[in-house]
Design a protein around this ligand. Structure first.
Ligand code: NAD
Ligand code: UDX
Length: 466
């Protein structure tokens, strides 16, 4: 089975189709931890592959540069030659995008599996031997069944064993999550060949993940576990966000509540930070997919239950903007508002489904002048707001963004925003100066002392108005 590459005999050839936020980091860590495997990552996007082969990787992820530098050209390769890579591979991870469908049946809810299916067709076309196909993308439960059917009809007598191995990394902490995962999930058919293929995938992770953290299940449990894990995480955020609205009516403090509730060891403290609402490419799409699946299996109550998680998330973003309009005397026309942050969370340049997009659009509709600053996400912000009209500026320097602004709306919890000189910022702002902290990141008593009217989320506001 071994293949020669730069004088080293590799035990196996691993391929990943899709060099995105998941494919790139996951395969880089596998290459780092498995020097006995040759790892190739391919993508149809040439620019992305060029960036993976350059000094400026296509995604910002703490610690990733070091990992890639250590293995690229040794046992990690990035390429656009999909056919050759498929031919050479023993195991193929598929990590293509599976966004929400925007057309036809299930539009706005179901997963769009066109890239997945195209990949399956490419695998059939270019394979000349049997292979293990690993679902790395997040897919609806029972996708493997459809894939198995497509791959079985290959007309070449080849066997493809399908394994589900969903990825649980979070952006911004991807390298740490991959090096020290809470668990690795490997799902297979409960047949002899299915179990054998699952063992081959588990063996990869066994290079660095303790055996008790490698969970094997049947295919359907593995596929569904991924959707459910994201739904549970998002549900905690919507739960605490819904209570933040109640806090603002009652002068209770959401920080105290998160702490008191999270101190119950049965509940635990994580994912209880109230904020402007969850963003990112996964939560919304995966819950909507779960809702769609439940509905299509005739379970409308289950579907409605999970759909509320998304409804509350929309509500949280809407009320953030409504509050800005209301507190700034019901008009934003011609007022400059600085958005501090645009990424969907700190430590990533990713802006997919970022609350910043909604906030910027709404503020522009109100005819405010929007000035956006973010340490890593400005290029994506420009793309997201292309053709939006109105007056929008993009500033690398937060002090420039705040100059002449009447309000700051903090969208992303970047640590850098904590370190700024808010006295200096206050001096260059139009008065009365407002600060809406969508992440409860900043020192509110201190900002109030400086002169800001401060509006945290789920906490009493601090204003200088009588
Ligand atoms: P992404 O859009 O960043 O990357 C997907 C890549 O696949 C793109 O570069 C695209 O060009 C490429 N691609 C699509 N079709 C192709 C084809 N036929 N041949 C070759 N390349 C092709 O997406 P992502 O964020 O990496 O997510 C990938 C999957 O992983 C999704 O299903 C997602 O739900 C899941 N996931 C994402 C995260 C995350 O944090 N982003 C975490 C866990 C799971
Ligand atoms: C998520 C899951 O955590 C990860 O396991 C899965 O593989 C992909 O989806 P990601 O979207 O990268 O990861 O980031 P995550 O840290 O989960 O944050 C998602 C959103 O929730 C962000 O907008 C974040 O700001 C928000 N969030 C998170 C809160 O508002 N409060 C919290 O307490 C935690």
């Amino acid at each position: 089975m071994g293949r020669k590459g730069e004088n080293v005999a590799f035990k196996k050839n691993l391929l990943c189709i899709g060099a995105g936020y998941v494919g790139g980091p996951t395969m880089a860590v596998i290459a780092l931890k498995c020097p006995d495997y040759r790892v190739t990552v391919v993508d149809v996007n040439e620019e992305r592959i060029d960036q993976w082969n350059s000094d400026r990787l296509p995604i910002f992820e703490p610690g990733l540069d070091d990992v890639v530098r250590a293995v690229r050209g040794k046992n990690l390769f990035f390429s656009t030659d999909v056919p050759a890579a498929i031919r050479a591979a023993d195991i193929i991870f598929v990590s293509v995008n599976t966004p929400t469908k925007t057309f036809g049946e299930g539009a706005g809810m179901a997963s769009d599996l066109q890239h997945w299916e195209k990949t399956a067709q490419q695998i059939i076309e270019h394979s000349d031997g049997s292979k293990i196909i690993v679902e790395k993308s997040t897919v609806p439960v029972r996708t493997a069944e459809a894939m198995e059917r497509i791959l079985r009809m290959n007309g070449k007598g080849l066997r493809f064993e399908i394994i589900s191995n969903p990825e649980f990394l979070a952006e911004g902490t991807a390298v740490r999550n991959l090096l020290e995962p809470d668990r690795v999930l490997v799902g297979s058919l409960e047949t002899e060949s299915g179990r054998k293929a699952a063992r081959e995938i588990a063996d990869i992770y066994a290079h660095w993940v303790p055996a008790d953290k490698i969970i094997t299940t049947n295919l359907w449990s593995s596929e569904l576990s991924k959707l459910v894990a994201n739904a549970f995480l998002a549900q905690r955020i919507s739960s605490i966000n819904s209570i933040s609205a109640l806090c603002e009516k009652t002068d209770a403090d959401i920080g105290d509540i998160s702490f008191a509730v999270g101190s119950d060891s049965r509940i635990g403290p994580r994912f209880l930070a109230a904020g402007i609402g969850f963003g990112g490419s996964c939560f919304r799409k995966d819950i909507l997919n779960l809702v769609y699946i439940a509905r299509s299996y005739g379970l409308p109550d289950v579907a409605d239950y999970w759909e509320m998680v998304v409804r509350i998330n929309d509500f949280q973003q809407e009320r953030f903007v409504q509050r800005i309009v209301h507190e700034m005397f019901q008009t934003l026309v011609g007022k400059k508002i600085a958005l501090f942050g645009f990424a969907f969370k700190a430590n990533t340049g990713d802006t997919r489904e970022s609350p910043g997009i909604y906030v910027a659009r709404k503020l522009i509709e109100e005819r405010a002048v929007v000035s956006i600053t973010d340490p890593w996400a400005l290029d994506n912000a420009r793309r997201d707001l292309e053709g939006i009209g109105g007056r929008v500026e993009f500033q690398t320097d937060p002090y420039r963004a705040a100059e002449g602004a009447q309000a700051i709306a903090l969208i992303t919890g970047w640590d850098a925003f904590r370190q700024l000189d808010y006295e200096k910022i206050f001096r260059v702002m139009v008065k009365p100066a407002f600060l809406f902290d969508g992440r409860n990141l900043l020192d509110h008593p201190r900002l109030f002392q400086i002169g800001f009217n401060v509006y945290p989320l789920g906490k009493p506001s601090r204003t200088h108005f009588a």
